[in-house]
Design a protein around this ligand. Structure first.
Ligand SMILES: Nc1ncnc2c1ncn2[C@@H]1O[C@H](COP(=O)(O)OP(=O)(O)OP(=O)(O)O)[C@@H](O)[C@H]1O
Ligand SMILES: [Mg+2]
Length: 285
């Protein structure tokens, strides 16, 4: 099997609280291949964003390790780009400078000014914001801010894209356009992507694999392989059964997460035993 671009092995993560260590997630494994989109689904608060920070090298796991191209990840990597739930734009820089920000930092690949400008131009054009390049974050809508954050990722020519609900604030049409853009980037550049979303349809349309996190501490409750060609918008029948399966598992996970959060508050948690399963949808053609 090919060396995965990103590999996470036996990841456990948690936070120290006054009451003690609160374990959020454990036994998480992931092998991400170039050109593959893996989606993480799970109830709110289950630990998806925390896990993404670990995969980005921004937060150390309690246990386990993350490898990028076979090498242990010890911190942020220039070819791993992250778009957070909050677009995190710098308010004193205009859109163009926000996209360019950090491209000349010393851990980035050496690039001349002309090359940096070209990358910024291409990234802004890719998300369709040429007309707004001089605007400041306070002058952008939520959707424009999210597209700016995506452009900032693209300008880094990433091998791995880690996207935390990147399309959450977009209207239907822009969202569909941005989904297509993501698919195009992944296909053309063979970028690997981990996408967090609460939208099962988005997961089904975009990903090769869907991992559902649940339980306390969280772990993979299910994995679905979506072995269907793109575009998938018309493949309603093939995706339908998978959607029902995922929704059922997500509902169970959400109810158990809610009741646990209500009863346990922030106290250290016991493991809830659940059997992981895998399903696959394949093209009938
Ligand atoms: N820096 C932190 N210190 C302490 N606890 C934290 C920290 N960050 C997150 N948590 C806690 O860890 C748990 C998981 O949070 P996280 O943001 O990773 O969840 P999530 O799955 O991304 O949720 P959502 O779908 O709402 O974005 C939550 O209970 C949260 O309160
Ligand atoms: Mg989150």
């Amino acid at each position: 099997m090919n060396t995965p671009v990103l590999q996470a092995s036996s990841i456990a993560l948690g936070y120290r609280q006054p009451e003690g260590l609160r374990r959020i997630l454990e036994n998480f494994d992931l092998r991400l291949q170039p050109g593959e989109i893996v989606t993480l689904l799970g109830p709110s608060g289950v630990g998806k964003s925390s896990l993404l920070r670990v995969l980005a090298g921004l937060q150390a796991p309690l246990e386990g390790e993350v490898r990028l191209f076979g090498e242990a990840l010890a911190g942020p990597h220039p070819r791993v780009a992250v778009a957070f739930q909050d677009p995190s734009l710098l308010p004193w820089l205009n859109l163009e400078h926000n996209v360019a920000f950090g491209l000349d930092f010393k851990h980035q690949p050496k690039r001349g000014a002309a090359e940096r400008d070209a990358l910024v131009d291409q990234a802004i054009a890719a998300v369709g914001l040429q007309q707004a390049r001089g605007r400041y974050p306070a002058e952008l809508s939520g959707g424009m801010a999210q597209r700016t954050a995506l452009a900032r990722c693209l300008a880094r020519e990433p091998h791995v894209l880690l996207l935390d609900e990147p399309f959450g604030a977009l209207d239907e049409v822009t969202r569909a356009d941005m989904q297509q853009l993501l698919l195009r980037i992944v296909r053309e550049r063979q970028t690997a992507a981990v996408l967090i979303t609460h939208d099962i349809d988005e997961a089904l349309l975009l990903s090769e694999r869907i991992l559902l996190l649940g339980g306390t501490p969280a772990h993979a409750l299910g994995e679905w392989h979506v072995d269907l060609p793109q575009p998938r918008e018309e493949l309603v029948d093939e995706l339908g059964q998978l959607r029902i399966d995922i929704l059922k598992t997500l509902r169970r996970a959400s109810r158990s997460h809610d009741s646990h959060t209500r009863s346990a508050g922030d106290l250290p948690c016991a493991t809830t035993a659940t059997t992981p399963f895998t399903r696959a949808a394949t093209s009938s053609s």
